[in-house]
Design a protein around this ligand. Structure first.
Ligand SMILES: [Zn+2]
Length: 585
């Protein structure tokens, strides 16, 4: 995590212009003063929304979460702090005097005339006033909200926007916070360390709009730090969170899938990587694969040590770190991404998005809201496979197989096939870079003679025989025996063959030519399958995946053959007609 924190801070420094200790803050109220600290009016700012929704204009302003070490925020706070509005909250230090003390401290340190004017304003008027006097004196509007932020402008200038004030706050907040001291693992300075990361993570799905606290995962590297936080100073912790929030806010560095937020970035800001997962361009995917397999350089050159990722998810009101990149773990990212695409290849189809692949594990009818049913372990596993090359856990095969068995689609959707194949190949060929064509299983492989593969082909041939005899049949072989055969091959395939034999008998009467062809095909496949190999009563998950894939490829193959035959027939007819016309003439 140390290295990742450093990378996040670096990223924030590159991408964001928010000063140290500052954050985006909505400030609806501004008290105007002149340069002598005299009250000139209170104005209400707007964020463009109307009525009660209006939260006031957004500023990069000093920010601090209360109740840790520093009691007040500099120059901007709610009415309790700025104006002394009553509160039910118990505080160890009264709010208004604390706020004023900090303004004074800032004026002394910076010698800024605008900040000094605010001190004069307090000294001359506001400091001694009771709340009801303040209300009258400032002519607070009736709908004045004491929980919202107020700041000052002096002769048209907002003091917290001055560089000297920014420097004062960064210094102040950096040294006064935290109870423990030590060396910050990011900046290397010896000083106060934070016990909590105060800045919230914003934009995580399934979390509150106001944000979530970042929390450790169950990974030991994080646990090591007891409270779940690595040794980090306040300023660096804030910067780190700026980095996280900037990554989340950018479409080019973040993918949301259900409750998971997947962030990735490179040192030089190459954003093309994310697009590979959100809208993979077939041409670019081919380029990437080609470059990996041939060793040539292409645009997608990623230096492994420059590539980082972080997976976050909302959980119980916190943002939990589910996984992140460690320097020593990330190797061969480019090879891994190429493999992620290689293993999902199916002839005549285009690469899928990470989201589509995830949808292969749920009942998906086209509504994107259905993605909520996805178990977060599925996108996590796909992501790890794509980036780290970690094989997709085999038990996830059940998720996609269950869908395939239940839906019994005439054509198994590409997402289900692709995921099935990725699970199978990521476990059987985990570290390959260059492949034999047949290893990739992108189309029907007539030379493949594994039991599961042959069973799939036999099943589909029997299906075809049944269809030839009775195209309108209600309960097809697929309806009745698909799942059974996929799991218990011996029982399933014997039944399928018995039924096929009965159908063939009938077909020989009606369409002897077709019956001959199909009979021969079935016999050839069945002869390769030794019944002895059917002994194990149950197919393993790998075998079930292979069975399902071979069913699909055999069906596609049959379909293509039938289409070609139809075309040939039509062409022959045209020739016949042409001949008749010719002869007539
Ligand atoms: Zn630091």
């Amino acid at each position: 995590m140390g290295s990742l924190s450093r990378q996040l801070v670096k990223y924030a420094e590159k991408e964001s212009t928010i000063p140290k200790g500052y954050s985006k803050v909505n400030i609806p109220y501004i008290i105007h003063l002149n340069s002598s600290g005299e009250f000139k009016g209170l104005v209400t700012t707007s964020d463009g929304a109307n009525g009660k929704k209006d939260r006031g204009k957004k500023y990069d302003a000093p920010f601090v979460r209360k109740g840790i070490a520093v009691a007040s925020c500099l120059l901007v706070d709610n009415a309790e702090y700025v104006l002394g509005a009553p509160t039910k909250k118990r505080r160890s230090e009264p709010a208004k005097p604390t706020f004023i003390a900090l303004v004074k401290e800032c004026a002394e340190a910076t010698k800024e005339p605008t900040v000094e004017a605010i001190c004069v304003f307090y000294k001359e008027t506001l400091e001694k006033m009771e709340w009801d006097e303040v209300v009258t004196y400032l002519e607070l509007p009736e709908d004045f909200d004491t929980s919202k932020k107020i700041t000052f402008s002096v002769s048209g200038e907002i003091p917290f926007e001055l560089n000297s004030v920014k420097a004062f706050w960064a210094d102040n907040i950096g040294t006064k916070r935290g109870t423990e001291t030590g060396i910050c693992m990011v900046c290397g300075k010896d000083g106060a360390l934070v016990s909590t990361i105060e800045k919230l993570v914003k934009g995580i799905r399934g979390g509150q709009a106001s944000g979530l606290y970042l929390f450790s995962s169950n990974r030991p590297a994080f646990k090591h730090y007891g409270g779940g936080i690595p040794p980090i100073c306040y300023v660096c912790s804030e910067k780190m969170m700026d980095g996280v929030n900037t990554l989340i806010a950018n479409d080019n560095t973040r993918i949301h899938i259900n409750k998971g937020t997947y962030l990735f970035w490179t040192k030089d800001g190459d954003e093309s990587i994310v697009n590979l997962f959100t809208k993979p361009d077939p041409k670019k995917v081919r380029q990437l694969i080609k470059s990996v397999e041939s060793g040539e350089e292409v645009h997608y050159e990623v230096n492994e040590s420059d590539f980082y990722f972080l997976i976050l998810a909302a959980n119980g009101g916190r943002a939990v770190v589910r996984d992140w990149s460690d320097d020593f773990e990330l190797q061969n990212v480019k090879e891994n991404i190429a493999r992620y695409f290689r293993y999902q290849e199916i002839k005549d189809t285009e690469p899928l998005t990470l989201k589509s692949l995830t949808l292969a594990t749920i009942r998906f009818t086209g509504k994107m809201s259905e993605i909520e049913k996805v178990n977060q372990i599925v996108p996590d596993a796909l992501f790890r496979f794509a980036i780290k090359g970690t094989p997709i856990p085999l038990y996830l095969a059940r998720h996609v197989l269950d869908r395939i068995y239940t839906e019994k689609n005439k054509r198994i959707p590409q997402r289900q096939l692709a995921l099935a194949k990725m699970i199978l190949l990521s476990n059987t060929l985990p570290n390959k870079v260059v492949y034999e064509r047949s290893e990739l299983m992108t189309s029907l492989d007539e030379g493949r003679e594994s039991t599961a593969y042959l069973c799939g082909r036999i099943f589909v041939t029997a299906e075809r025989i049944q269809y030839a005899v009775n195209p309108n049949i209600k309960h097809t072989v697929r309806d009745r025996l698909f799942k059974r055969t996929a799991i218990y091959p011996k029982d399933g395939i014997l039944r399928v063959l018995t039924e096929a034999e009965a159908h063939l008998k009938k077909l020989r009467r009606d369409k002897p030519g077709l019956a001959y062809t199909l009979d021969r095909e079935l016999a050839e496949l069945a002869s390769k399958l030794s019944t002895a190999e059917l002994k194990p009563m149950k197919f393993s998950l790998e075998e079930q995946l292979e069975f399902v894939l071979s069913c699909h490829y055999q069906r596609s193959h049959n379909f293509a053959m039938m289409k070609a035959a139809k075309v040939r027939k039509e062409e022959a007819q045209i020739i016949d007609e042409a001949q008749i016309i010719e002869e007539a003439a």
